[in-house]
Design a protein around this ligand. Structure first.
Ligand code: CS2
Length: 459
């Protein structure tokens, strides 16, 4: 069976002007795909560093950085080859990372490291208690040009130190993770770490780094054998690095690019002054509904988003959640209605096997930003509606052992929060979420109790 190679399948590798951290499926279906299709793509190569799957570096390098995007839409699956990865490195190749950062032609650094990857403390700043963070600070204090770092803020500071040492000029840092105001968020953790390592670095960073804020969207699950088989039978190529995705895609960016950037707008990205309305629309309506389903519908026994949304009970939970969230969006009602219809179609796409268990992971990072702003806005209007609180209730039931398995970087702390009676668990979780309003307690306790009995009955 044939393997991909640039001699046959793709364009020649473009010179590296973008570094990416976190080479997972989402990046390959999103920013790498926009970069590949942008006019002038032959001048914008990406050097990508793996995150949680270092083996991908070897597998992708063996096929010259090329991979097949399998776009699964209503007209059937459509394979597309993406050529924008000019080099792929394991995440611990710090020599390569420092080398790219010290090149003046490097203009953009993109990130998809998941919400947990930024190592934030509860106040949004860098979590100095995190073992990886303190090890990175210690390593860079001892050896700023060669110290071994592992966290995302640590790797960025190591890169920026190398860039400053070479006088290589300004660049843009572009986080592509689902966190509100993600440009300011990454700026904060990186400058916190920089301050701890070298107090003179902040002034250089202020002058040389542009923090770009984004909203990103494309539903991209993990690859299955079925995806690889589909590519094999349609193209005659054996591509273990196939990435399945949906046809829909959105990328909204705000911020400057002092070293230039690919013409992403020509292929559908939007550059705006304020990302916030887009980000709330997407985070609350899409990701919020995802979390409602991940916790709630997995308790009903469903495995994927498409299965869950076909169940009238789970679908009603999503609609109720949307009713509550939509009341607080700063967007025209027709736009919200159109977006909700589109979401129903996207969630119903059964050719995408999007596992609820995958979405359920890292709830400690997701629930606070997906549920809390909506519940708080409801409380400010004296409303406590079950539609708004169900995500939290289902999360509590999930943490207490119902539905999808618990995978969370803060699992131990969460287990302590939900121990004991339902009432105590709800109190502690609401307190942890800074939602102390007494009016919420009874509603959430009733919902958790209901969900736990649904789980027991297996319906
Ligand atoms: C999902 C997202 O896993 C999750 O938390 O809600 O990955 C979602 O699929 C993407 O944000 C869609 O753009």
């Amino acid at each position: 069976m044939r393997r991909l190679s640039r001699d046959v399948d793709g364009r020649p590798a473009a010179p590296v002007r973008i570094v990416h951290l976190g080479l997972g499926n989402f990046f390959r279906a999103h920013a790498a795909w926009y970069t590949d299709r942008a006019p002038g793509a032959d001048a914008w190569g990406i050097a990508a560093f793996t995150g949680r799957s270092p083996a991908a570096a070897e597998a992708l390098s063996a096929q010259d950085g090329l991979y097949t995007l399998l776009v699964r839409g209503p007209e059937g699956p459509r394979p597309e080859i993406v050529s924008s990865l000019s080099a792929v490195h394991p995440g611990d190749d710090l020599a390569a990372l420092r080398d790219y950062f010290s090149r003046p032609e490097l203009a953009v650094v993109t990130l998809t490291v998941t919400e947990a990857g930024y190592r934030r403390a509860a106040d949004g700043g860098l979590d100095r208690e995190d073992g990886g963070v303190s090890a990175d600070v210690a390593a860079l204090l001892v050896d700023p040009v060669g110290g071994t770092v592992t966290t995302t803020p640590g790797r960025l500071v190591a890169g920026l130190l190398a860039r400053r040492a070479r006088g290589a000029g300004a660049l843009a840092i572009v986080p592509n993770d689902n966190v509100p105001d993600n440009g300011a968020m990454v700026a904060r953790v990186v400058t916190d770490l920089a301050d701890a390592v070298d107090p003179t670095l902040r002034a250089w960073v202020d002058d040389h780094v542009s923090w770009v804020t984004t909203m990103v969207d494309r539903i991209t699950p993990r690859t299955t054998d079925d995806d690889r088989d589909e590519v094999r039978s349609r193209t005659g190529v054996d591509d273990p690095e196939t990435v399945p995705t949906e046809p829909y895609s959105e990328w909204v960016l705000a911020g400057s690019f002092p070293g230039g950037r690919p013409d992403w707008e020509a292929v559908g990205a939007r550059v705006v002054d304020d990302v916030a309305p887009f980000e709330q629309r997407k985070l609350w309506l899409l990701n919020g509904a995802h979390s409602v389903l991940a916790y709630g519908a997995s308790i009903l026994g469903h495995e994927t988003v498409a299965d869950a949304i076909a169940d009238p009970r789970a679908r009603a939970w999503v609609e109720e959640w949307w009713e509550a969230a939509s009341r607080h969006l700063r967007l025209p009602a027709e736009e919200v209605a159109g977006y909700r219809d589109a979401l129903l179609a996207r969630f119903s796409n059964a050719s995408i096997r999007h596992l609820l268990a995958q979405i359920a992971a890292d709830g400690s990072q997701k629930v606070p930003i997906r549920a809390v702003p909506v519940i708080a806005a409801e409380l400010a209007q004296d409303r406590v509606e079950p539609g708004a609180t169900r995500m939290v209730a289902a999360w509590v039931a999930h943490l207490r052992g119902h539905g999808a398995p618990v995978t969370d970087t803060r699992a131990e702390m969460l287990q302590e929060l939900v121990a004991g009676s339902v009432g105590d668990a709800v109190d502690r979780v609401l307190g942890w979420l800074d939602l102390d309003a007494p009016a919420l307690h009874d509603v959430v306790v009733e919902q958790v109790t209901e969900l736990e009995s649904a789980s027991g009955s297996g319906t």
